[in-house]
Design a protein around this ligand. Structure first.
Ligand SMILES: [Zn+2]
Length: 295
């Protein structure tokens, strides 16, 4: 088994942008977006003016072949080279980390199970990273998830973005929408072009540059700060099929318990990543409130 990395170098020096797909093997939009981009660079639709573009379309090839999230270990946790390799994914760590060691900016393309559209996880307060995240053509952001639920800085919760930041890179995870959204790969593809443009790496005279849209307008940005996580009780059910980022008003019924009691929104806010079919005791949905885009 091999892992493929494709690198395009412009003749002018500049930043190294790395784009990853299928860190989770069942998230198919990243590989599709990256392969489309490779074809477009090769036929001249996309041209680089400076820097290098490092593309790893399928980071976890065995999980991708099996269409599963991972085979033996979630590659996006505990990501660091290990002296003793126990799981299959442990053999991928040094390959990914070596690439991230040579990266100035990371774009990691994912998708998710809940119904809903694209969003970006924001973490920390690095102004360069916040400006980069805002440039990718996506208008929805979840802030403070890693701090609240990701363990905040431990190696246990270290995935691609966390590892890349320890190496000084700007890093963003883009969730391109639900796994099967027909536009998920388009969202990822456009984000790669927007990243190249933001970094001054896209040749303004190439065909792709002329068709590139604008970043989301400030007024259209929706940023939700994570407040709480809800676990599913035995027999509890949503009162309607919630989608990620559905707005709820204070007191609005979200779900009902087996005994007939209602679960209502504690304040005006948003449903984040609802999992209708969560197992009893499992993470059911998150609740967050609107916040300004962090500066
Ligand atoms: Zn993922």
């Amino acid at each position: 088994m091999t892992v493929k990395t494709v690198v395009f170098h412009a003749l002018e020096t500049g930043p190294a942008l790395t784009v990853l797909g299928a860190v989770h093997g069942n998230e198919r939009c990243g590989p599709e977006a990256i392969r489309r981009l490779i074809g477009d660079v090769e036929d001249g639709t996309v041209a680089l003016s400076r820097g290098s573009l490092q593309l790893m379309p399928v980071v976890n090839p065995k999980a991708y072949a099996q269409n599963v999230r991972f085979v033996e270990r979630n590659l996006n946790r505990q990501l660091y080279p290990k002296d003793e390799k126990v799981h299959y994914e442990d053999h991928l760590d040094p390959i990914v980390c070596d690439l991230l060691d040579r990266t100035d900016v990371l774009l990691d393309l994912h998708s998710f199970a809940s119904p809903g559209g694209p969003f970006i996880f924001l973490s920390g307060k690095n102004p360069d990273e916040l400006a980069y995240a805002k440039s990718l053509g996506v208008s929805d952001f979840v802030y403070g998830w890693a701090e609240a639920y990701g363990g905040g800085g431990s190696k246990e919760s270290q995935g691609t973005t966390e590892y890349a930041r320890t190496r000084g890179a700007l890093a963003v995870t883009l969730e391109c929408g639900q796994h099967l959204n027909t536009d998920a790969a388009d969202v990822g593809y456009r984000a790669i072009l927007m990243a190249l443009s933001h970094l001054g790496m896209l040749d303004a005279s190439c065909p792709a540059a002329s068709g590139l849209g604008q970043s989301a307008a400030a007024a259209d940005l929706r940023c939700v700060r994570m407040k709480s996580v809800f676990y599913r009780d035995e027999g509890a059910s949503f009162c309607k099929p919630w989608r990620h980022f559905d707005a709820v008003a204070k007191g609005e019924t979200i779900a009902s318990y087996a005994n007939g009691e209602k679960l209502v929104a504690p304040e005006d806010g948003f449903i984040v990543l609802p999992k209708e079919a969560a197992a009893t005791g499992g993470e059911w949905f998150y609740f967050g409130t609107a916040t300004a885009y962090p500066e």
